[in-house]
Write a protein of this length. Sequence first.
Length: 356
Amino acid sequence: MDETIAPTLTGITGAQRRLEGTAPARELARGAVAHVNLTNRILGRATRSVFAGDIRAVMSEAAGFAAWVHADMHDTGTSRTYYRMVVDAARQAEHSLLAACMIGSLAAFEIDADDPVSTLDLLAQARRERGERSPATARAWLSSIEALGHATAHDASAALSALRQAESAVTARRATAPPWPWVFPFDHAKLAGYRALVMIRIAVSGHRGLPAETVILVDHAIRKALAEHAPAIIGLSCLADGADQLFARAVLDLGGTLEVVAPAQQYREGLPAEAHQNYDALFAEAVRVHELDFVESTSESHMTASRLMLDHADELFAVWDGRPARGYGGTADVVAEARARGLKVCVIWPEGAERD
């Protein structure tokens, strides 16, 4: 037993982790488990040696990779077993940064298990473990996971705040190799991936044929409401004249992403001619188009499109005067559907707004 054991075992774990981007989890699992067992046997022989702490740290990292592999295979029971081993070994090794990393990994696992409360509790533990002067990579990664936790709990404001903390840490990071146990640098590209996962998805339903003065009032109100989430917004719109197009343009202007729902093949032709230019321009900027199977643009196709938007949304912006719908599939019907689903509804109808 000598000082080369721990670095050698660490090298094996690092090599396995670098394969995770190119090899499926099921092909990595057997090797990951074998490495944990080997490290555990070596630790058993080294318990009273001066190398025990370093080998415990290796055990934590190796078990962390095994936990991740089994989580990726949806084997949550085995994954949890390894995660318990991970945190215990890191703390016994008295390696605070490693413990923070592994508790953060467990927090990410709880997000996948749809348990944001446990996620945020674990992240609080991880912050205490890492201390105030932790590396920028650790701060950026943990803040990004925190953003996901808040997003899962439908707290958009807290999620955006955590993303801003992550961005600040990424900007402060020096162009050096990431600190162990991180294998890959946490850079702006990584942060962009987390931001995409955190983005709030907002659908719109609203009145058409708005007077010019009301257009100005509604446009201002929509932008003010969206600004609380910008730029982490995915807007969903059918691009009808009026509120739909105002919302879509505001989403894009604030740096968000637009998805369009096309209710029917003849939908565009059913809009007023003066709305076609804006429809085409916004349609061209959409990153995704959801096309329904309807041919004719009818109230049924419109309501079906609204339901599809709600299927994909975290919140509904309703540009609505509060009155009953003038026909099936109107804004009041969409609001009722959203509320029946328990979806958050933001009603936008500023003082002075009127309908034709």
